[in-house]
Design a protein around this ligand. Sequence first.
Ligand SMILES: Nc1ncnc2c1ncn2[C@@H]1O[C@H](COP(=O)(O)OP(=O)(O)OP(=O)(O)O)[C@@H](O)[C@H]1O
Ligand SMILES: [Mg+2]
Length: 137
Amino acid sequence: MNERMIEQVRVPIVNELGIVTARQKGREISKKLLFNSVDQARITTAISELARNIYLYAGNGEILIEVIYSSGKTGLKITAADSGPGITDVRQAMQMGYTSSNGLGAGLPGVKRLMDEFSLETEPGKGTVITATKWIR
Ligand SMILES: Nc1ncnc2c1ncn2[C@@H]1O[C@H](COP(=O)(O)OP(=O)(O)OP(=O)(O)O)[C@@H](O)[C@H]1O
Ligand SMILES: [Mg+2]
């Protein structure tokens, strides 16, 4: 797609502080973009879930938050990238209630539901890249 990137912030996720920082940056940028408060909460929740997964399952990685512009619309795009173990069964991982740890298994399906666009690319042994976008309406 013809997306133009206007602004970007990169937050390394190496410990719990990174999760908090990514969340704060998401809140800050979504507020600045004038997302309503419900959408701001959706965005910050999505960022927390993706950052938490990176920390938990890959050990480290990064969250990229971008302001993008495409066919007259402005949006906030989250990219969560890691070089961890990857996900062998994506269908299973996307299922509400599936967890390989002792979580609720609500993270990934939650992110998909909260955002307007969602994509997941992963390769076992190589890592995972998840993108999620919310458009301003
Ligand atoms: N970045 C990742 N790298 C490797 N595996 C992942 C990654 N993110 C998610 N997974 C796998 O997908 C499963 C589902 O993730 P999801 O976030 O939906 O649930 P959870 O983390 O187990 O629980 P919750 O997020 O509700 O606390 C995880 O249990 C894990 O096995
Ligand atoms: Mg999770």
